[in-house]
Design a protein around this ligand. Sequence first.
Ligand code: ADP
Ligand code: MG
Length: 285
Amino acid sequence: AVPLVVAVSTALAAKRGLLIRNRAAFEQARNLTAVVFDKTGTLTEGRFGVTKVLAWEGHSPEEILRLAASVETHSEHPIARAVAEAASETYPVEDFRALPGRGARARVAEREVLVVSPGYLREAGLEPPAEALELSEKGHTVVFVLVEGKLSGAIALSDRIRPESREAISALKARGLKCFMLTGDNARVARAVSEELGLDEFFAEVLPQEKAEKIREVKARGEIVAMTGDGVNDAPALAEAHVGIAIGAGTEVAIETADIVLVRNNPLDVVTIIDLARATYRKMV
Ligand code: ADP
Ligand code: MG
């Protein structure tokens, strides 16, 4: 049987949009020593706006944006949505393929077009031009456009830190928890967000398959760790953590893997669930 205080807490939590799917994990939440947050869509709003388009190899910025938008129309990534919205026209597209955690590709107007992360560029042995690095330095997310294998353009975007993130991080730190961030985005953006929020540590340019590995690393340091994320890419990390927390209108995969689902898009609910777990199980001993 479920002890009454736990049943009451579970119902109380549900009323506030905190769904406890795994009661053992909820109990474990009172012992947490660290919380790892995904960046995009969790600590930030995940709603990007295009701030600048750079073009090389004889292309115009308009053409770069149009080529990229043609590919991105078929992707559901928050970056893709912003790029697609920024262009006024697109070309017909063939053979679209998502490159999870790296970007997307397609054949656009008879040309092979890729829109990719800085990490992808590095893996391909290509150097980002100085003007692109400058934009990263300022804290913009930058994706690169390859046309027929040539680095032909870059698109800078910016996202916003959720106002509640700062409050959530300071509340967690006040409770003695360490706060980490995990992101596929570049290290400069990650550093800017990390400094802004006062995080203890961040892991940047993490590929989707490496996210769970990072959680294992944190666990190996002896931390009792919660992972908070929203995306398909986060599911293995949610499963690996002692407490997996899916946030907001997350993907189905993330929700199904999570121990706790926070229905509202609010990082402060992570603090609420920890407080609730502490209060619930304190009453029982
Ligand atoms: P995060 O870990 O911050 O949630 P993701 O793992 O979803 O980010 O993506 C990591 C990086 O891969 C992004 O910052 C971006 O550079 C690149 N990326 C992923 N999907 C796309 C896409 N559809 N278009 C352009 N870039 C993409
Ligand atoms: Mg994400």
